[in-house]
Ligand binder design. Structure first.
Ligand code: NAP
Length: 356
């Protein structure tokens, strides 16, 4: 890829989102003009965090109205941009109609944004926020990998509309992106595959599922204990840096697992207990799998026994070495991400001591 000009604007879809917030900050700090594509540019309350970042940075921000399901709506935002960050996609685990709420915005939205890149002569590179959810479906899938670790060569083949529909939506969307990219030669595609993203948000009251999940460690939901559910996590600030490097490293190509730590729920609770002590009902025990299997569907509508069977007491392991070797990503300690994130929730008043 040719060098990207620093004096050209860059577009970020879903700029109001948790992951995008730190990408926008990084771009503004580096002096870029950010074309922020958002659903509602009139919503000053929601945009105030991004506007405030721009006030204190060398770069500038302009808002453009765009919707994943509105064909052609990214035209103005993309005009004149050489780099497009496509982060927008619904991240929610409890949905009534997965086809409408997840699959359509993810897949049709990716098609909408990338077909606009086809029509916009200035575009040279698209950085797509996919997910590790497009690499694996359940932790049990680890047993089917070549070397007992998830790599960029793996694809999620076990999720469906009925089983992990969010993961299915991310898999279909990334496949769609590779297909559209392969049909042209002007722009290249660099894919970022993050594991669970944690760490403080630019908007302290973010609505990403990441907030709901980490809040549950201290709101009483896990007071009896945590399931031994293996997972990967990455700090949102490190993830923004990875996106930036993916955009501006000319040699960057293909997929990139962006995951700082192979961990599990009980290990994620430890830094919270060490830092905040007993002020919050953190999980201190590991729940037996049979108990999780029995009660999970009753306490969480989005959780099935099949999910418990295929994830609890199964480790999660991914190889993040490509991100370190080819993008130069550095990962901060898990403790810092958990403690900073939870502290932000305390300060924002979104988690109350001892109360669910
Ligand atoms: P988020 O805070 O909910 O952000 C999602 C963004 O997508 C929001 O800006 C939202 O806009 C936008 N969006 C949703 N539906 C849209 C539509 N129909 N048209 C236009 N924009 C729409 O979630 P996030 O965690 O930052 O997720 C961002 C990306 O990272 C997603 O692609 C997600 O799959 C990926 N990811 C997240 C994680 C994680 O753990 N958080 C892990 C791996 C990958 P509004 O503000 O208007 O709602």
């Amino acid at each position: 890829m040719n060098e990207i000009a620093k004096n050209k604007p860059v577009m970020v879809s879903g700029a109001t989102g948790y992951v995008a917030g730190w990408i926008v900050k990084k771009l503004l700090d580096e002096g870029f003009t950010v074309h922020a594509a958002v659903r509602d540019p009139e919503n000053r309350e929601k945009l105030k965090y991004l506007s405030s970042l721009a006030e204190h940075a060398p770069g500038s921000i302009a808002y453009f109205k765009a919707d994943l399901l509105d064909d052609g709506s990214y035209a103005k935002a993309m005009d004149g941009c050489e780099v497009v960050f496509h982060t927008a996609s619904p991240f929610c685990l409890n949905v009534k109609d997965p086809q409408k709420e997840l699959i359509e915005p993810a897949r049709l939205g990716t098609r909408n944004v990338l077909e606009q890149a086809n029509r916009t002569e200035s575009v040279k590179r698209v950085v797509l926020t996919s997910s590790c959810a497009a690499i694996y479906g359940d932790n049990a899938d680890l047993e089917k990998t070549a070397n007992g670790v998830f790599t960029e060569d793996d694809w999620n083949v076990t999720s469906s509309l009925a089983h992990h529909p969010y993961s299915y939506s991310k898999t279909l969307a990334e496949k769609e992106a590779w297909k559209i990219c392969g049909e042209q030669r002007r722009w290249d595609l660099v894919v970022i595959n993050p594991s669970l993203v944690i760490g403080p948000g630019i908007n302290p009251k973010g609505t990403s599922e990441s907030f709901n999940l980490i809040r549950q460690f201290g709101d009483g939901s896990m007071k009896s204990g945590a399931p031994n559910w293996g997972m990967g996590v990455v700090d949102v600030r490190d993830l923004a840096d990875a996106h930036f490097r993916a955009a501006f490293t000319p040699s960057a190509k293909g997929r990139h697992i962006i995951s700082g730590h192979n961990t599990d729920f009980p290990s994620m609770a430890k830094p919270l207990i060490a830092h905040f002590g007993s002020a919050y009902p953190f999980p201190k025990k590991t729940l037996p799998k049979w108990l999780v299997w029995l009660v999970a569907p009753m306490v969480n509508a989005g959780m099935t026994r099949k999910m418990v069977a295929r994830n609890v007491n199964h480790p999660w392991r991914a190889d993040n070495s490509k991100s370190i070797r080819e993008l130069g990503v550095q990962y901060r300690p898990l403790e810092a991400s958990m403690v900073d994130f939870f502290q932000q929730m305390i300060d924002a008043g979104t988690v109350a001591p001892g109360k669910k």
